[in-house]
Design a protein around this ligand. Structure first.
Ligand code: ZN
Length: 155
């Protein structure tokens, strides 16, 4: 596929997810809660995570918040990709996403939707928008309870 077509496809997926997110709302019950803020753009998301009884697998991820199309589409795609993953796998995915945004990695075939965000890596000011939900997820998984900790900032 020509690069221009690929870029159009990426933009299309991002806009579609922004307009019709599939994972907006709150997980129920809420086992992890984390708010994240991206001051360079003004994006704010609140992530809620439902874990299994052992607390080592993600049952559900939902988000609420306000922000640009890239930040919200990224959160929506992330939530889809995380369902059913262990918390260890999720933390690996955070690293993988961040290296993808630096142009160093791609997601494997079964997670290829996440590669959509690669298109954003061409616009350095937008990388923080795409990273916000992943950065927030990491903080959520590394906290040990659903108590509301201070917002993390990816500045
Ligand atoms: Zn943004």
């Amino acid at each position: 596929m020509a690069l221009d077509n690929l870029r159009d496809l990426y933009q299309q997926v991002i806009l579609e997810r922004y307009k019709k997110p599939r994972n907006r709302g709150k997980a129920n019950p809420i086992d992890r809660y984390q708010k994240g803020h991206n001051p360079s753009c003004g994006d704010t998301i609140e992530l809620t995570v439902q874990l299994n009884a052992l607390g080592d697998r993600i049952e559900d991820v939902k988000f609420e918040g306000e922000g640009c199309a890239i930040a919200l589409a990224s959160a929506d795609l992330m939530a889809d990709a995380l369902r059913g993953k262990t918390t260890a796998e999720a933390l690996e995915m955070v690293q993988r996403f961040q290296s993808m945004m630096r142009g160093e990695a791609e997601f494997p075939q079964e997670l290829r939707k996440l590669n959509v965000m690669q298109g954003v890596a061409q616009f350095p000011v937008r990388i923080k928008c795409a990273n916000l939900s992943w950065h927030t997820l990491k903080a959520a998984l590394e906290s040990s309870e659903a108590a509301q900790p201070a917002a993390v900032s990816n500045e």
